[in-house]
Every structure is written in structure tokens, then in C-alpha cells.
Design a protein. Structure first.
Length: 244
């Protein structure tokens, strides 16, 4: 149990670690932002397709995988409709949006972190202990650039650097709470584990294809973002192979 909670806690801490460098920067270039987002997308795709989906199939069948994946996609779609989309824009004009924009952005990031935390908890709750480590590692890796971009967004919108760091860290704490929910739920209802794994995969893939990839290709940096995506994908595949 200690190992499990250390893994869950580590994923949240990575958000704070990623936010720390934002204290030293006033902005990040579009190219740098797009490369970070694409790298994050590659990690999440690898975690879903080489970790969550194969494990869900191993514990169940194609029908359960399909139902769980579609359910994850549908729930994330509904949640997105409830909160307006806020992208990671760092232009000077964006700073005029003020506290309202920052609040909307934090709400969107909180929803974004829910499926990530759930995926870690559900993975640890499955019979495959290695899967929990693999998914926790993948989420932790992608939380680092995410924490950096979140804190930087808040700073460019007028928040003090320490406040931005604190708020970015709190989004990671919410992820820890979601991890606990996923772990407890699958621990008490083992029959839903394959559904939970498939749900997490569908939710993560939704975030990748609806948010990360479009944002990383919106500023003319498609080639650099593509290579970054592939590098993130291969990095996570290599780590998955080494941990098995």
C-alpha cells in the first residue's frame, strides 16, 4: 500500500516540480509550448495504447473495452461542455482577460486532471501491479510540462508568481484525490476494473486528440510538434518495456 500511495503522490508532486521553473520565466515561445504539449500527448497515447487498453482486454473482452472507452469519451465530452475551453495562450493580449480567464482556465485544468488521477488509481487497483507503476510514471512525466504551462499561464494573466505556483500545485492535489477515488472504487468493486481501465483510456485519448494535438499544431510548428509527439511516444514505450 505504501508503494501505491507513493506512486499516486509522486504524480501530483510532478505538477509542482514542473511549475517551479515558471518562477524564472515571463513567457514561453509558441514553439516551446507546442513542443511540450506534443511530448505530453505522445506520453499519454503510449500509456493508453500500451498500458491501459491491453490490460483491459486481458481482464475482459472487446465489448467491455469498447463500452468503457466510449463511456470515458462521452463523460469527458459532457464535462467539456460545462466549462468553456481555455487554451494555453501566452500572448500579451491574453493578459487582459484577468482573473475571470484564470478561474475558467483552472476549472478546465481541474477537469483535465480528473481522468488522469482516476487512471492511476484504477491501474493500481487492477491485478497487474506493474500497470499502476507504468501509468503513474506516464502521468507524472506529462504533469511536469503541464505544471509549467499552467503556472506560466497564470503569471501572464497577472497573478503573483507564488500564487500561480500554489494554484498549479493544487491542480495536482485534485489529481491525488481522483487517484484515491479510483483506487478505492476498484478495490471494493473488482468487477469494474476492466471498465475503469477502458474508461481511463478513453478519457486520456479524448484529452490528447481534442486538446493537446490541436493546440500543439495551431501556430505553424507542426513538424517540430510531430517529432516531439513521436519522441514522447517512444520514451513511454521504452519505459514500459523496461518496467515489465
Amino acid at each position: 500500500m505504501n508503494t501505491i500511495w507513493m506512486g499516486c503522490l509522486a504524480t501530483s508532486i510532478c505538477t509542482a516540480l514542473g511549475a517551479l521553473p515558471a518562477l524564472l520565466f515571463n513567457r514561453v515561445t509558441h514553439r516551446g509550448r507546442d513542443i511540450l504539449l506534443a511530448f505530453t500527448a505522445g506520453i499519454m497515447v503510449a500509456a493508453s495504447t500500451y498500458g491501459l487498453i491491453p490490460s483491459a482486454l486481458k481482464l475482459s473482452n472487446l465489448w467491455i473495452l469498447t463500452i468503457g472507452t466510449l463511456l470515458g469519451t462521452a463523460i469527458l465530452t459532457l464535462l467539456e461542455l460545462l466549462i468553456p475551453h481555455q487554451n494555453l495562450e501566452h500572448s500579451p493580449q491574453a493578459s487582459n482577460r484577468g482573473k475571470t480567464s484564470s478561474l475558467m482556465f483552472l476549472s478546465a485544468m481541474a477537469l483535465h486532471n480528473l481522468p488522469e488521477g482516476l487512471s492511476v488509481g484504477v491501474s493500481y487497483g487492477s491485478s497487474n501491479q506493474d500497470l499502476g507503476t507504468i501509468v503513474a510514471l506516464s502521468i507524472g512525466l506529462q504533469n511536469i510540462p503541464e505544471g509549467f504551462l499552467t503556472a506560466l499561464f497564470l503569471i501572464t494573466h497577472g497573478l503573483r508568481r507564488r500564487t500561480a505556483l500554489l494554484l498549479a500545485t493544487l491542480t495536482g492535489v485534485l489529481e491525488l484525490a481522483a487517484c484515491w477515488i479510483g483506487l478505492e472504487f476498484t478495490g471494493n468493486f473488482t468487477a469494474v476494473v476492466p471498465y475503469g481501465l477502458a474508461f481511463a483510456a478513453g478519457a486520456m485519448l479524448f484529452v490528447v486528440y481534442k486538446e493537446l494535438i490541436p493546440e500543439s499544431h495551431g501556430d505553424g510548428n507542426e513538424r517540430a510538434s510531430t517529432f516531439s509527439f513521436i519522441f514522447g511516444l517512444l520514451t513511454m514505450i521504452a519505459l514500459t518495456h523496461l518496467l515489465k
